[in-house]
Ligand binder design. Sequence first.
Ligand code: F6R
Ligand code: MG
Ligand code: MG
Length: 365
Amino acid sequence: MKITLSLIKADVGSIGGHTKPSKEMMEKVKQHLSEQEVLIDYKVWHTGDDIVLLMSHQQGKDSDKVHKIAYDAFVAAANIAKEQGLYGAGQDLLSDSFSGNVKGMGPGVAEIEFEERANEPFVAVSADKTDPGAYNLPLYLAFADPMHNSGLMLAPSMAKGFRFTIMDVSHTDKDRVIELDTPEGMYDIAALLRDNQRFVVESIHSRETGEQAVEVSTTRLHNIAGKYTGKDDPVYLARVQGDFPATGEVISPYAICHYVAGFMRGSHTGPMMPVKVNSEVSFFDGPPIVSAQAFCVKNGKITDGCDLFAHPFWDTVRQKASEKAIAIREQGFSGAAMLPYSELEYGGIVKKMEKLHGKFKLREK
Ligand code: F6R
Ligand code: MG
Ligand code: MG
């Protein structure tokens, strides 16, 4: 059966700062999705202050019906957030009226349409206090590096490698993309993916079958809104097992707790901490967090999720992420601890710098 999985997320308000949505908001979203005949199935969870909707249906990608369901669910949750006096109510809904597609309106979207395999396992990954480039390294390692994906050596079905589609997210009027193949294009891919703020993995396909493995939400809110409205807090779907990496290979790179952009005010560098589903953020509005759930889908019905970072193994990793967070926070605003000027997500510093530049004097040598 041909189905589409739509993973759509938005921050529409949270308790006591940018921490987590309220129980009532979550219930409202679930109730709204339960009333939709177009959906075969759905799951709802939150990652920090972002509500994540996973929906299965047969409407294909970019369906206005499905996007409207998501938009209305977020509006309903934002209304509850307003009633409850929560912080940042409606934050990611950049436009007041729905225009047929939630892409470009604030919410992050990752969708894959495929013919279900006999067994169709997949992983849904969601992050808070970071941007889509945060997934560049974990996706590169999971799909191109035998240090994490032993299947690249051991499984004949992966021997041909994968095709990476990479988007230049600084280009906003049209989508500017490049397709590069592993293994021969690995150094070119690395050359692009090192720049997490500009080049972002959009999708990955198997070269053996042509089937799509991964789709990432590539929205950059500050490119859409033209001003700071929060970090993008990206999501992705990864089909796993068989011709694709195993579930454990897909999540293996998260043991690194690599440093990503985001953290406090979307303007710092922090380690990505793998957390349990429905976690909040805390220290310095972070650290940046990521959660992952594995599911199977059959005729569009989605099983219960397996919370991949709930296992005791990840307690040690979380400890490491905390240590890395403390280490970089020790140097406060200095150098690598903060993002470059172009990535600082608050306009205040621009005005401050303009004022300071006006006070500089030129001195004869
Ligand atoms: C980062 C984030 C928070 C806020 C910070 C200040 O993505 O959401 O760190 O930037 O709490 O929030 P405002 O500007 O809403 O007071
Ligand atoms: Mg927020
Ligand atoms: Mg968020």
